[in-house]
Design a protein around this ligand. Structure first.
Ligand code: PA5
Length: 478
């Protein structure tokens, strides 16, 4: 069944305006139509790679089908979420990477900015926390504010072997056991169907822990639209069908191989061209506190996906650009000076909002003080939008490339579009670079060294290697 009316969906369409990337606005600092034309074949091949491999688990392309193939799961999630909302006072996600950034981002985008401080009646659901880091202070702070026996813990880990998530699990399981709580009652696992260690842990509880499966072909950073993100969102009362409908809608907008007709392909092409020009910094700057964590989520998606040493042909390419999270207007008073006058090494992507959830009029007053008086009679929405436009314009005038993703408003449907836009952009960019978008070999060495340092069996060789490294020289320690 279609989501809302066609008119509504079209009114909620997310668009990309890249005028300020082009030479028409930027002169010789901009991209020419000829440059875009020159990329046509590569862009088309990238589009075809994604299109032809949709849903292929072995290529980690399962995420492309998530908007379409989860009807039964969604219904199951909705009924679990209903139970959780009734039974528990707190909901805590234990996970890291894609398992934490996605749920945090959606919570930030679609719930009250001070959700946990609202009264139970206004919240309408459990208090919500995402544990993410393994800073002991953070864990202890969490335990100070929740009542573990009244908490549903959603352990999210595809592998069940991620040290951070499993540490969080061990601590919480111990706390629950000491309180005499059967952990099967207070936990939900979201994990791989058979390979994950969480399945083995569940076996010890007679298979009684409620489980959701992270589909085979869906990697952590592409997992927000599967149970990884859908269960936490549903527990928060978020319209998860709307999120999936938004993703499907964006998928439909991106069904053509032409840069000018496919917003995700356009974004990938802009990033690719500027990457080749040596613009190594890719700033994402939403003008909305609700989208602040979208920048965190995007940074992981982009960095882990395109930051690769070698391409498929075996060439050393050291591909990628460094994603930077920024927030409008806050970072106008921090970063924008550098963006406007510093090195020509950045592309700034703004996310602009058409209608904010509230307007907040600015009262008249102090008309005799011009710096204050002119504000009265406007709204905060007008102010933030004016600052957004003005910053994009000022950057353009300074010859700085920037483009804007426009959201008519922030809701489940537009958020779903935005996520899918970024996922497709990343997949197209990876294909243009001819790198493996879906692995992360670079983080493996750090993981192995951690295992070795903590005495994990099988890593004795790495431990010996670390121990035999030349000692640190005191002269370089000040
Ligand atoms: O994108 C990825 O695959 C990673 O960032 C993972 O999300 C992260 O490492 C956590 O992995 P797991 O789900 O196995 O615990």
């Amino acid at each position: 069944m279609a989501y809302k009316t066609k008119e509504w969906r079209n009114a909620m369409r997310v668009t990309v305006d890249y005028n300020y990337m082009m030479s028409k606005s930027l002169g010789d600092k901009g991209i020419t139509d000829a440059e875009l034309r020159a990329l046509k074949d590569r862009a088309q091949r990238a589009f075809e790679y994604v299109q032809n491999n949709r849903g292929r688990d072995e290529l980690y392309m399962g995420w492309t089908e998530l908007p379409y193939n989860q009807e039964a799961i969604v219904n199951d999630i909705l009924s679990t979420a209903k139970e959780v909302r009734k039974k528990f006072k707190y909901f805590v996600v234990l996970g890291i990477g894609g398992s934490a950034l996605g749920p945090s981002m959606v919570f930030n985008a679609l719930k009250h900015l001070h959700y946990n401080e609202l009264s139970a009646k206004l919240r309408g659901g459990p208090k919500f926390y995402v544990e993410d880091n393994v800073d002991p202070v953070r864990m202890s702070a969490l335990l100070d504010v929740i009542e573990p026996e009244k908490t549903c813990f959603n352990v999210i880990s595809k592998s069940g072997a991620t040290s951070e998530t499993m540490t969080q699990f061990l601590i919480i399981a111990d706390v629950l056991e000491k309180k005499g709580v059967n952990i099967a009652e207070n936990m939900v696992f979201t994990t791989d169907a058979c390979r994950g260690n969480l399945i083995k842990i569940d076996d010890k509880f007679g298979g009684k822990i409620k489980k959701y499966i992270l589909p085979d072909g869906v990697g952590g950073r592409f997992s927000e639209l599967c149970p990884v993100g859908l269960l936490p969102a549903a527990v928060l009362g978020i319209d998860i069908k709307g999120m999936l409908a938004g993703a499907a809608y964006m998928d439909g907008l991106c069904n053509k191989p032409a840069i000018a007709k496919n917003p995700a392909l356009a974004c990938a092409a802009l990033q690719f061209i500027t990457m080749r020009q040596g613009k190594n910094i890719n700033v994402l700057m939403p003008y909305s506190d609700n989208l602040k964590l979208m920048a965190d989520w995007y940074c992981q998606l982009w960095a882990e996906s395109v930051g690769k040493a070698v391409d498929y042909a075996g060439n050393t390419v050291n591909a990628g650009t460094t994603p930077v999270k920024s927030l409008g207007v806050t970072d106008q008073h921090s970063q924008v000076q550098l963006y406007i006058e510093g090195p020509f090494d950045k592309v700034i992507t703004f996310i602009s909002v058409g209608e904010y959830a509230v307007r907040m009029p600015i009262p008249q007053g102090y008309e005799d003080i011009p710096d204050v008086g002119f504000l009265g009679g406007h709204t905060m929405q007008e102010l933030i939008q004016a600052e957004n436009k003005a910053t994009a314009y000022a950057l353009m005038r300074a010859g700085r490339m920037n483009y804007t993703i426009n959201l008519p408003e922030i809701n489940a449907f537009t958020l779903g579009q935005l996520m899918f836009l970024f996922e497709l952009q990343t997949a197209y960019a990876g294909a243009m670079l001819n790198v493996n978008t879906f692995n992360q070999p670079g983080v493996e060495n750090g993981k192995k060294a951690t295992f070795a340092l903590l005495g994990k069996k099988g890593y004795e060789g790495t431990k010996r290697e670390i121990d035999s490294a030349p000692p640190l020289d005191d002269k370089y320690i000040v």
